[in-house]
Design a protein around this ligand. Structure first.
Ligand SMILES: Nc1ncnc2c1ncn2[C@@H]1O[C@H](COP(=O)(O)OP(=O)(O)OP(=O)(O)O)[C@@H](O)[C@H]1O
Ligand SMILES: [Mg+2]
Length: 255
């Protein structure tokens, strides 16, 4: 199909760790280092909970792992691919084929329905579509939607959904087509207790069924116990924390 992206030369090698970082540094233009991570590994199939204060660089790290941000210094291998050696277009292709990413801001396509948003990764990537193993794409999208309590909203435009419903669409879209690595950035922040539980159950079930690796960021430390691995960003990141408030707040008080 014409929207398909080439994944040639970006096919992940199965024996390598899911994520391997060495001496990775990243800064935004004009700023100081947000990240300096001497070493970090995540093995295939591992479920990791990544936590740290607001502004400490969690989303930045996920953006690098997903190839949204460019490696500036050091090395970052994801599913065996050297992301520092790939240009933006090839990183996009790599992400489309191999990663499910639940963005903190969802990044849903505004002019598409719930069902169409969920189907999208498999329409963009032939590899993701192949991993449906012959299942009908629309049926698979509906199945995921129903699991997440969105069965009545399949044809609704995503802008006409509540924030928690949008978050669940983003989750279903990330899970479709069995990506090898699932990245979730605060995926439960807008969900009530029941939906949060159902979402986590589905997420773990899908990861276990496909052997996918999970890197999950949350401020909600009550979820931490469900993960095999807990990673404090401050334990792996040597960059000084960035101030999130102006230093001269009235009476020396922040916020
Ligand atoms: N596009 C950007 N341009 C410049 N600085 C940025 C940009 N995005 C993030 N930053 C800065 O980089 C630092 C890390 O931000 P990041 O979004 O990674 O934090 P976070 O740990 O995900 O925070 P939160 O828990 O609030 O989501 C912050 O100091 C932030 O202000
Ligand atoms: Mg963030």
């Amino acid at each position: 199909m014409s929207t398909a992206v080439s994944t040639e030369a970006q096919t992940p090698s199965a024996g390598s760790p899911a994520i391997a970082v060495r001496d990775l540094r990243f800064r935004y233009p004009g700023g100081a280092d947000v990240l300096h991570i001497p070493e970090f590994h995540l093995q295939r199939g591992q479920h990791a909970f990544l936590y740290g204060p607001s502004g400490s660089g969690k989303t930045t790290l996920l953006g690098l792992v997903a190839g949204v941000l460019e490696v500036q210094q050091g090395s970052l291998h994801v599913l065996g691919a050297d992301l520092g050696a790939l240009n933006a277009a090839r990183r996009d292709a790599f992400r489309a084929s191999n990663l499910g990413y639940i963005f903190q801001m969802f990044n849903l396509i505004a002019y598409l329905s719930v069902e169409e948003n969920i189907m999208l990764p498999c329409q963009v990537s032939p590899e993701r579509r192949r991993r449906l193993n012959g299942a009908d794409l629309r049926e698979e999208a509906r199945r995921l939607a129903r699991h997440l309590g969105l069965g009545d909203y399949l044809h609704r435009n995503v802008l006409q959904l509540s924030v928690g419903q949008q978050q669940r669409v983003a989750a279903a879209r990330a899970m479709i087509g069995a990506p090898s690595l699932l990245i979730a950035d605060e995926p439960t922040s807008a969900l009530d207790y029941d939906h949060r539980g159902r979402f986590l159950d589905l997420l773990f079930e899908r990861c276990d069924a496909t052997g996918a690796t999970l890197l999950f960021v949350s401020h909600d430390q009550t979820l931490m116990g469900r993960f095999q691995t807990q990673v404090a960003l401050s334990d792996i990141n040597r960059a000084a924390p960035q101030p999130t408030q102006p230093p001269s707040a009235p009476n020396g008080q922040a916020g």
